[in-house]
Design a binder for this molecule. Sequence first.
Ligand code: FAD
Length: 467
Amino acid sequence: RKADVECRMLVLGSGPGGYTAAFRAADLGLDTVLVERYASLGGVCLNVGCIPSKALLHAAAVIDEAQHASDYGVSFGQPTIDLDALRKYKEKVVGQLTKGLAGMAKQRKVRVVAGTGSFISPNELEVTGEGGTQLIRFEQCIIAAGSQAVKLPNFPWDDKRVMDSTDALELADIPKKLLVVGGGIIGLEMATVYRALGSEVTVVEFLDQLMPGADPDLVKPLADRLKKQGVAVHLKTKAAGTEVVKDGIKVSFEGDKAPDAQVYDRVLVAVGRSPNGGKIGADKAGVGVTDRGFIPVDRQMRTNVPHIFAIGDLVGNPMLAHKATHEGKLAAEVAAGEKKEWVARVIPSVAYTDPEIAWVGVTETEAKAKGLKVGVGKFPWAASGRAIGIGRTEGFTKLIFDEATHRIVGGGIVGVHAGDLISEVGLAIEMGCEVADIGHTIHPHPTLSESVGMAAEVFDGTITDLY
Ligand code: FAD
C-alpha cells in the first residue's frame, strides 16, 4: 500500500512532550510530521490542563485578594461574576498559546496531520480524521499520546453533572453545592476556583492527608485556610455510592468519620490520570505496554523497539508538563544521533492552590521511610518582612539536606508564589550544592525568595554554624 505521507520523524500527540519533540526534531533537520486528534495543538496541558486551570486560579486569587483588602482599609464590596466573560478570558489565554504553537509548527515546516493515529506496523501509522484515513510511513517515531482522567466506574458519567477536570474547566455554571472526589493537586485546584466563585465545596479524599506525596507540614497551612473558607474536607473517606436524583447527584460515603449521604449539584471526580499507551495499537508496532497502559523506556526515552521513542505522561509518573517537555527534547536529540540520556535528579511538583505548595527532591516523609539521615532547615514566613507586608504569613520554606555532606537533597515551600520559588532548590540539588552555598548567596530584600536563604541558616529554630 502506498503511503499518503512519508517522513523521517513521526510524533504522535501534540502535548508539551509532543510539540517540544517535534520542534526540536525539526530544528535538528529531521523531516517531521506531528499527528493530533484534536483541532488545536498543545495537548492536555494547554487546552484542558495547566493553562486554563491557572487562568481560572488567577481569577480566584483576585476575588480573594479583593475580599481581604478590607484588612488594610480598602473595600471593594461583593464581587459580581460574569461567567461568560471569565470563560472567554480563559479561552483567550488558551487560544493565544495554541495558535502560537500552530505558528511555530508552520515556521519549522512541521507537517501537522489531524486525526486519530493507530500503528499498523513498526513503521506505519494509520490516521483517521474528518477527511478519511491516511497512511503515514516513518523512519523514526516519538509516541507522546499522554493520559486521560480516570473515570471511576460507580459514577453516572452520562449525566453532565458528573464531571472530570476537563468538564470542570468548562465552567458551565457555578454549582451551589460541589463535591470534589480526590484531594490531590487537580481536585484541590478546582476546589479553590469553585470556592472563590461561590460554590459550597466538599472534598473527600481516600487517604489520610490532602495532597498525598507532599509532606504533611506543607499541607497544613492549606488545610487550615480551606477550613476557614468553609470548604469541608473528609479524609479517609470513599465516595461509595451514587444515584441520580431530581435535583442533583446523591452520593453516599464510606469511612470511619464519613459524612451522611448528600445531594450535590455537581460532582468533580479527580482521582488521577491513566496513560494512553494501550490505545494506539502499540502492539502492531511491537512496542511493549504495561497492564496499566504505560510504555517502558530506557534512559534515552527509547522503547523496546529501537527506532520508536516514548515520552511524557504515558511513560510514567510524575505526570507533569515540565517532565514531558524535557523528555521530548531528549528523545528528539537522541533520534537525531546525539549521545545523551535523561539524567534529571529531581522534578518539582507544584499545587497552585491558595496557598501554593511546592516540593522537590526527597521529602521528610520519604527520608524517614528510607532511614536517610537528614537535617531540616525551616524558615517561617511569619518572620518575613515581605510576607507580613502582603498579609500572608502562614507559609514557610524548608530545606532538607544530607546530615553527613550537608548537600541539599530536597525542599518544600508553602505560601503564595511557592511554585515560583522552588526552582532555586531544584537548581541546588542538580548542582550538588551544600546548605552553605544557599546561605552565602545574597537574596534580595524584601522578597519571599529570601526565605530560601534564611532556611539555609536556621535549623531547629536556632541560627547554625553549619558553614
Ligand atoms: P498530553 O498533554 O496528554 O498530550 C497528548 C496528546 O496526544 C493530546 O493532545 C491527545 O489528543 C493526543 N493523542 C492521544 N492519542 C492520540 C491518537 N491516537 N492520535 C492522535 N492524537 C492522540 N502539569 C504541570 O506540570 N503543571 C500543571 O499546572 C498542571 N496542571 C494540570 C491541570 C489539569 C486539570 C490536568 C488534567 C493536568 C495538569 N497537568 C499539569 C498535567 C499535564 O497536563 C500533563 O502532564 C501534560 O499535558 C502531559 O503532556 P504529554 O505531552 O505527555 O501529553
